[in-house]
Write a protein that binds this ligand. Sequence first.
Ligand SMILES: Cc1cc2nc3c(=O)[nH]c(=O)nc-3n(C[C@H](O)[C@H](O)[C@H](O)COP(=O)(O)OP(=O)(O)OC[C@H]3O[C@@H](n4cnc5c(N)ncnc54)[C@H](O)[C@@H]3O)c2cc1C
Length: 418
Amino acid sequence: MTTTDTTRHVLISGGGIAGHALALQLVRSGIRTTVVERSDAPRPGGQAVDLRGASREVAERMGLMPGIRARLLHELGLSYVDGAGRVFGRMSMEDFDGKGAVAEIEIARGDLDEVLRDRLAAADEAAPGLLDLRYGDRITAIAQDADGVDVVFEHAPAERFDLLVGADGVHSATRRLAFGPEEEYSTYLGGYMAFFTLPTPADVEPGWFSMRFVPGATFGIRPDFDPSTSKAIITLRVDRDPALRGDRAAQEALIRRSLESAGWHAPTVLDAMPAASDFYFDELARIDVPEPANGRVVLIGDAAACGSPMSGMGTATALIGAYLLAARIAETPGDPAAAARRYASDIAPFAEAGKKLMGGGIERMVPANRFEALMSRAMTKVMLSKLARPIVKKMFAANQDELPLPVAEATHAADGAR
Ligand SMILES: Cc1cc2nc3c(=O)[nH]c(=O)nc-3n(C[C@H](O)[C@H](O)[C@H](O)COP(=O)(O)OP(=O)(O)OC[C@H]3O[C@@H](n4cnc5c(N)ncnc54)[C@H](O)[C@@H]3O)c2cc1C
């Protein structure tokens, strides 16, 4: 093995939360970083994501909090509505001390991504020449040896890197190329989820995330940072259909069939759907890669481990993973494979905790039929009573909140929270 005293060039496949967070920390550490994102531009969209415990600590250490605070969502809590829009249960943020379904620090996923990209632009300006952000391209083949990774791209010429990081999400191409087929690592969790932005309907209670159960689906309207818009959130309980992948017309048709007689704001949501420029739809899948480091290829974020958006922890785990991997790379100059192994052991407890489904699985979140829809309503009333509050608090807590970060703050003082 040729030993160099530094890790010279890292390739990150995927420019989502994990990819941007890692790029930010690497550039701050003076490491040349290329990000290759399949989409032609950063992908907007996504509903509120929570930052609690370790992920909040990471956001502080990365200097993201001023940007996050400027776009904080002021959610009052979660309310459950019937077909006529009447509220029959509430989980207020205060009643659950910011540890219920709605946390104290909430920001829309797309806004968090903007905060990261804003900081990345500042880091790039402070240390020009280190960052290469490429959109509309992707890796198609890789070959690694003890000294580096040769990567073939769809468009750009082939290149050699010191380390390849797969931050390319649930359907990671890096994972497929370096670890094996998706089926080995992915477990279907019984449904699909869609998110998109819509104009805020006039009679939606400001600040409340309102949700409705119907047979086979739940759908909700959640506050956005801009009060004139809201996020639609739709969860469908259906069998897996591979034909839905990448076919927006088929995805919309499925949503339409599932919500056509759902009452409340279903027509508003369905009317807004075709025009949504940030429409997101994917299967609910748990990803388990037991050992996310394989020589000079390593996985972070959803590519390595997640419990689907039902866990509510994907973004937190992605931020923590990016922070830890960058720290280990900076601390282990010239041996990115060792850095990747150290990261893999650091992230394991967070990844495990992040897969937990706080509100239960799809069977708990989406009623299968009319009877279960009625039962869900009754159960919700019971669960939201004062008596049951401690149990519900327990359900939503005990994920990553209590886990200490294995990297000391001093490790990152050098790269500064610019
Ligand atoms: C548009 C969007 C909206 C989302 N909304 C929510 C939400 O509302 N709630 C929630 O809990 N989770 C949501 N998620 C998932 C959430 O972002 C992740 O769970 C979490 O932030 C971890 O991020 P990640 O960077 O690992 O994965 P992702 O956020 O999925 O990012 C992966 C990135 O890799 C890119 N990519 C994929 N394949 C390739 C390839 N072959 N080559 C190059 N690039 C590739 C994708 O385009 C994407 O930009 C959303 C994801 C996206 C992309």
